[in-house]
Design a protein around this ligand. Structure first.
Ligand SMILES: O=C(O)[C@H]1O[C@H](OP(=O)(O)OP(=O)(O)OC[C@H]2O[C@@H](n3ccc(=O)[nH]c3=O)[C@H](O)[C@@H]2O)[C@H](O)[C@@H](O)[C@H]1O
Length: 438
């Protein structure tokens, strides 16, 4: 039986025409209509699926445009009465003379601690975080859960989403912005340079753009970094020292941020305070930092690379405990003067400040490892390595006299005490080895 014989006859329609050619053509015609209809449905279906999943149809969202943005700028929906209610309630001031603060990077290490401290004293706090996967997002979710228990809501979104930022300012008249969202890490900048430009430059500009155009403008305190001192060799590092020799792209983006802050202060009258953090450590810390992954790897019995400079030179850091940093952040918020502009127009000179927030007692990395060994009661497998040329500097040391004078900043936690608290947290969070940090 031929293929043609299989086709059911269509009485009366094609009967008269016996021409095989015409028959074939008509058969093709009818089957092609069927196929066309079938594929049209499939195509329509695909368009509908795409349409409903597309960010542009969400109440509001960010639009991913590259691999980079897919990693850090997830499509998040926001809006709606329930969401607005949560935003308002979280940002509500609950103490006399309290302030209302938008904390960007609230699910981050410093962001979580600062948000909790502000909430504790009765300030209004709203968090914003994109929960990117630079390091284990489950740690960020755990910090979020912690903050939720204290009444802090974290809006899930990216600082580059200006529509979202504007919406937040429509709902709440923030008196202050604590801008901590950033791409951190010195060495990762060689792996993913554009993420630093995206968060630390474009993201900062988008925050400042929104802050300058709202009325009243908030005062802004933001995280710069000790890394801006780069190849500066004059110690301890003072705010007056040169910062034009960054050793990593991370440092360069933070330095750029300081210049951008100057511009927005100069043109729009925004009150801006940059805080140069010196290697902040503590409970709920960042797993990409040495003290954190050294702890994990010592417990696992894995060797840890300890950098040393040329000619066995010591590599040291002015490790600063997170509670001291939090005190500095709160003091910077409390002493910040109001911005002077409104609706994008400057009305007078505004405050522009930069402070070192360090511990002012540098510790060699090998000593950090010795402290961890004692606390963990495990001998580390030390692998001494040459300091790689990937952005690390040999040492950092903060001169904190300016912060002491202007903010009353006085760090009180030495590395031994701070690491003890970190290790206690680490062991309770991950257990002593079975469930370990990624
Ligand atoms: O103050 C800052 O502004 C920055 O602080 C932090 O950078 P760093 O001071 O470089 O911290 P971190 O990586 O913990 O390395 C600590 C020490 O261990 C050494 N180190 C590191 C890795 C390794 O494998 N071996 C090693 O010896 C390494 O050479 C260094 O001496 C923040 O990550 C950064 O985001 C930024 O905030």
């Amino acid at each position: 039986m031929s293929h043609i014989d299989n086709i059911p006859s269509t009485p009366g329609k094609f009967k008269m025409d016996k021409s095989p050619y015409i028959h074939h053509r008509l058969r093709w015609h009818s089957s092609s209509i069927a196929k066309l209809t079938f594929w049209s449905f499939i195509f329509l279906g695909l368009i509908l699926v795409f349409f409903f999943r597309s960010p542009s149809t969400a109440p509001s969202s960010t639009s991913p445009s590259s691999d980079l943005s897919r990693r850090s700028l997830r499509t998040n929906s926001w809006g709606g009465p329930t969401w607005e209610k949560r935003v308002k309630s979280s940002a509500k001031i609950r103490s006399r003379n309290g302030i209302s603060v938008l904390v960007t990077g609230a699910a981050g290490f410093v962001g979580t601690h600062v948000s909790a401290a502000l909430k504790r004293r009765g300030d209004g706090v709203l968090g914003l975080d994109n929960f990117n996967d630079y390091y284990d997002p489950s740690l960020k979710r755990a910090r979020q859960a912690l903050l939720e228990r204290t009444g802090v809501f974290i809006v899930e979104g990216d600082i580059n989403d200006m529509a979202l930022l504007k919406k937040l300012f429509d709902i709440v008249q923030f008196t202050h912005v604590m801008h901590l969202a950033a791409q951190a890490g010195v060495r990762y900048a060689m792996e993913n340079p554009s993420s630093y430009v995206h968060s630390n430059i474009a993201g900062l500009v988008s925050v400042l753009e929104v802050c300058k155009s709202v009325n009243p403008q908030p005062a802004i305190v933001w995280a710069s970094s000790s890394s801006v001192y780069g190849l500066n060799t004059k110690v301890p590092f003072s705010e007056k020292d040169r910062t034009d020799q960054p050793a990593s792209l991370y440092a360069a983006t933070k330095k750029a941020g300081e210049e951008i802050a100057h511009t927005y202060n100069h043109i729009y009258g925004l009150s801006l305070t940059g805080l140069r953090f010196f290697t902040v450590y503590g409970p709920w810390g960042r797993p990409d930092m040495a003290y954190f992954f050294f702890t994990r790897d010592i417990l696992k019995g894995k060797s840890i690379p300890i950098f040393e400079a040329a000619n066995h030179g010591t590599v040291a850091r002015d490790f600063t405990y997170v509670d001291d940093i939090v005190k500095g952040c709160l003091a910077a918020l409390d002493t910040a003067e109001k911005s002077t502009g409104s609706g994008g127009k400057k009305k007078g000179a505004a405050q522009l400040r930069v402070f070192n927030l360090g511990n002012t007692s540098p510790v060699p990395v090998s000593d950090l490892v010795s402290i961890l060994e004692r606390l963990l009661k495990v001998k580390a497998k030390r692998l001494i390595m040459k300091l790689p040329r990937n952005g690390d500097v040999q040492f950092t040391h903060a001169n904190i006299s300016l912060a002491q004078r202007e903010l009353g900043y006085k760090p009180t936690t030495d590395l031994q005490t701070g690491l003890k608290k970190f290790v206690r947290w680490y062991l309770s969070y991950y257990g002593s080895g079975k469930k370990s940090a990624q």
